[in-house]
Design a protein around this ligand. Structure first.
Ligand SMILES: Cc1cc2nc3c(=O)[nH]c(=O)nc-3n(C[C@H](O)[C@H](O)[C@H](O)COP(=O)(O)OP(=O)(O)OC[C@H]3O[C@@H](n4cnc5c(N)ncnc54)[C@H](O)[C@@H]3O)c2cc1C
Length: 376
């Protein structure tokens, strides 16, 4: 097996791995990104809503709340500076019945506590003035002007370009199969056609769905006894016809997801979803991403609560993604697990586990945080 030394290794070339590699490279580290697939961002980073989240929902003080707000601000600036398409269209979180209306002040307060700018409560008439296709029965809505949509693939290409320009690189078809904590660093082995052993001073595990098993393959690294991954599939449907909305429309949210929301994507399509389908306890990657057409009835019912004009037969199945969680159904939604030497005692190792939504929005901020943790 070929053996060599590297300064820093990042495992996984999704949004988080790419943003982390960029943050390290900008600080002068020479990074080798090890990616199991033969291209960047083929997993969850290309199976999501491409929404730049405001940061309304996450418990104040959580990593999700902090990194979403700082990541969002950084992401808009990044897109502007690098010519990546981003559309700050805003979003309405709509309350259709009295119970939902009663819950909106608490959500607004949480948004304000999280430092979300330009967010306010509006009445149903104002919501309808902004979006005439909304259900006339809507009582109130939260209007978050800073939410938006962006071209995530343009963003990934820009990140890759930035760290490659600084002498860092990606090795594709290089699945990490095992590792070990050794004197002066961490040793990582890859499988694939050219098995390799690499000794690195720093290793960042951002293997997405596989982050927990990859962590557990590192001998003398943290093993996370008692942590179990749970999986929540999110399917999307697309509506035919002209776009009826200009903003993102969300119903007041449920626990596993932010509700079946509506977005006009950058291609002008009306996209609905994701829903939240908890997979069986023994499920795990690789996942079946096929969208079950039978879920359409539930989509019509949920979306027509706020968009009664959705026509019969307008919906067709689109794509799906799977959220990695470290909490079970019915439990509070859980935070990102960003686990560095202070927590587990292994110098130079950072595990990034359960980086579900808003991971894309937060990715630049996660990269900065990891760079701080490993002290560059
Ligand atoms: C349905 C859905 C909707 C979402 N919508 C949004 C949204 O609108 N806005 C938002 O901010 N966030 C959203 N998210 C969350 C966001 O998509 C994720 O947080 C983010 O993409 C995670 O990126 P990642 O790099 O951690 O993981 P991934 O994109 O999964 O990347 C992990 C990479 O690691 C590689 N890998 C795995 N195992 C190995 C190994 N052993 N060796 C080497 N490489 C390996 C994989 O091939 C992959 O390329 C959504 C998520 C879902 C599921």
């Amino acid at each position: 097996m070929e053996t060599f030394e590297a300064d820093a290794v990042v495992i996984g070339a999704g949004a988080v791995g790419l943003a982390t590699a960029r943050a390290l490279a900008l600080r002068g580290r020479e990074v080798l990104v090890l990616e199991a697939a033969s291209a960047i961002a083929t997993e969850t980073s290309s199976r999501n809503s491409e929404v730049i989240h405001a940061g309304l929902y996450y418990p104040t003080g959580s990593l999700k709340a902090q990194l979403c707000v700082t990541g969002r601000r950084a992401l808009y600036q990044y897109c502007k500076a690098h010519g990546v398409e981003a559309h700050r269209c805003g979003k309405l979180v709509v309350a259709v019945d009295d119970a939902e209306a009663a819950a909106t002040p608490a959500l607004l307060q949480r948004a304000l506590d999280n430092g979300v700018e330009d967010t306010r409560l509006i009445d149903g008439a104002e919501a309808r003035r902004l979006e005439p296709s909304l259900n006339p029965e809507i009582r109130v809505a939260i209007h978050a002007e800073v939410s938006g949509l962006f071209d995530s693939h343009g963003y990934f290409l820009a990140l890759r370009g930035e760290f490659e320009d600084r002498g860092s690189a990606i090795a594709f078809d290089s699945p990490v199969t095992r590792g070990a904590v050794v004197r002066g660093g961490i040793e990582i082995e890859t499988g694939g056609a050219n098995p390799t052993r690499i000794k690195a001073r720093s290793v960042v595990n951002s293997a997405g769905h596989y982050a927990l098993p990859v962590a557990r393959k590192i001998e003398d690294g943290p093993q996370y006894p008692g942590t179990k991954m749970r999986w929540v599939k999110g399917s999307y449907f697309v509506a035919s016809g002209r776009a009826a909305f200009a903003r993102l429309i969300y119903p007041m949210h449920s626990q596993a997801s932010q509700g079946l929301h509506l977005a006009i994507d950058l291609g002008g399509r009306t996209r609905l979803g994701p829903d939240a389908e908890w997979l069986a306890d023994d499920a795990g990657p690789p996942f079946d991403y096929e969208v079950d057409p039978a879920r359409v009835a539930m989509f019509y019912a949920a979306v027509r609560r706020y968009w009664p004009g959705l026509k019969d037969d307008a919906l067709s199945p689109d794509y799906s993604g799977v959220r990695p969680k470290i909490v079970g159904k019915g439990e509070p939604s859980g935070d990102f697990l960003i686990d560095g030497p202070e927590a587990h005692g292994v110098a130079g190792l950072v595990n990034l586990i359960a980086i579900e939504s808003p991971g894309l929005t937060s990715s630049l901020a996660i990269g900065e945080k990891v760079a701080e943790i490993i002290g560059v």
